[in-house]
Design a binder for this molecule. Sequence first.
Ligand SMILES: NC(=O)c1ccc[n+]([C@@H]2O[C@H](COP(=O)([O-])OP(=O)(O)OC[C@H]3O[C@@H](n4cnc5c(N)ncnc54)[C@H](OP(=O)(O)O)[C@@H]3O)[C@@H](O)[C@H]2O)c1
Length: 322
Amino acid sequence: MLAAFVSTPSPEDPLSVLEIGDRPDPEPREGWTTVQVKAVSLNHHDLFSLRGVGLPQERMPMILGTDAAGVDEDGNEVVVSGVVVGTPGWTGDETLDPKRTLFSELHQGTMAERVVVPRRNLLPKPAELTFGEAACLPTAWLTAYRMLFVKSGLRPGQTVLVQGASGGVATALVVLGRAAGLRVWVTGRSEDKRSAALALGADQAFESGARLPERVDGVMETVGEATWSHSVKSLKPGGVIVTSGATTGFNPGAELNRVFFTQLSVIGSTMGTRDELADLIAMCRTTGVRPQIDVELPLGEAREGFARMLEGRTNGKIVFTL
Ligand SMILES: NC(=O)c1ccc[n+]([C@@H]2O[C@H](COP(=O)([O-])OP(=O)(O)OC[C@H]3O[C@@H](n4cnc5c(N)ncnc54)[C@H](OP(=O)(O)O)[C@@H]3O)[C@@H](O)[C@H]2O)c1
């Protein structure tokens, strides 16, 4: 079957080790089921995988991809929830399972014609969403949903700053925050990206690192080192940073003086639960919001999508279709 995969990661040149070609069909497993994939979305996680982050050589070759929408063995249209529980008998929040993984970490990923997934990871795909839109929900959009609505404690009417304008998680934060009645401010690295964020519903867009007209109630962080200091300085006393990613580096200055003197909360967030994904799907249905898709490409042309993300040429989600 056609798949996008990695055999020998390269920390320096991830695009050079992306392989798009034939892989064996996945083996059936007890309690798991095969999904015929119709669409997958590209996430920064896939670039980290090409660089070898969290992927020991003994797991290679590894098919990339953490989320998918497709058709199950009974012909139902489904969305594949991305967190795979690893501890036998685990109940409760699956993101807290110490042995949890995402597809393409321990088990083969979703960027293929077929993927084998635990039955519990399947949710019905609503007819109103295309396969491409549905494929954007389990990773980037669910991450944004949990940051805003499960972790932040922010209320409608408050102001949230989203660091980064054009990324998959950043665009989801703008659309979901706006739909929930937050005042959404954004930073973006170029005029084009800032304009795109305003078109998506952001209230104001600023250059990266710019001084804001007033301090905000919360900051949504996925950029890391490049924006962390600005995030801390942009908060009102008692404000909250929710962090779920660090594209530009994991070791920013901690700014501990500001954190304790102004009594900030710094909250980590990762992916989301199956139940939260169900709620996100319901929110898309009831509010009419949809993932911002930058481009849809056939999986055979995935290299162009990876190059766009690597070079920061994105405006929302990049989707591959099968
Ligand atoms: N913990 C989780 O469960 C989880 C889930 C999903 C994603 N993530 C993480 O979140 C991050 C974003 O993922 P994504 O899929 O949304 O990636 P993406 O689509 O490639 O977006 C990258 C984002 O980072 C910003 N950015 C990149 N370099 C920057 C720099 N030097 N200075 C300022 N901003 C910069 C971009 O802002 P501009 O618009 O200004 O270019 C853009 O918004 C990744 O680190 C990913 O691993 C974590």
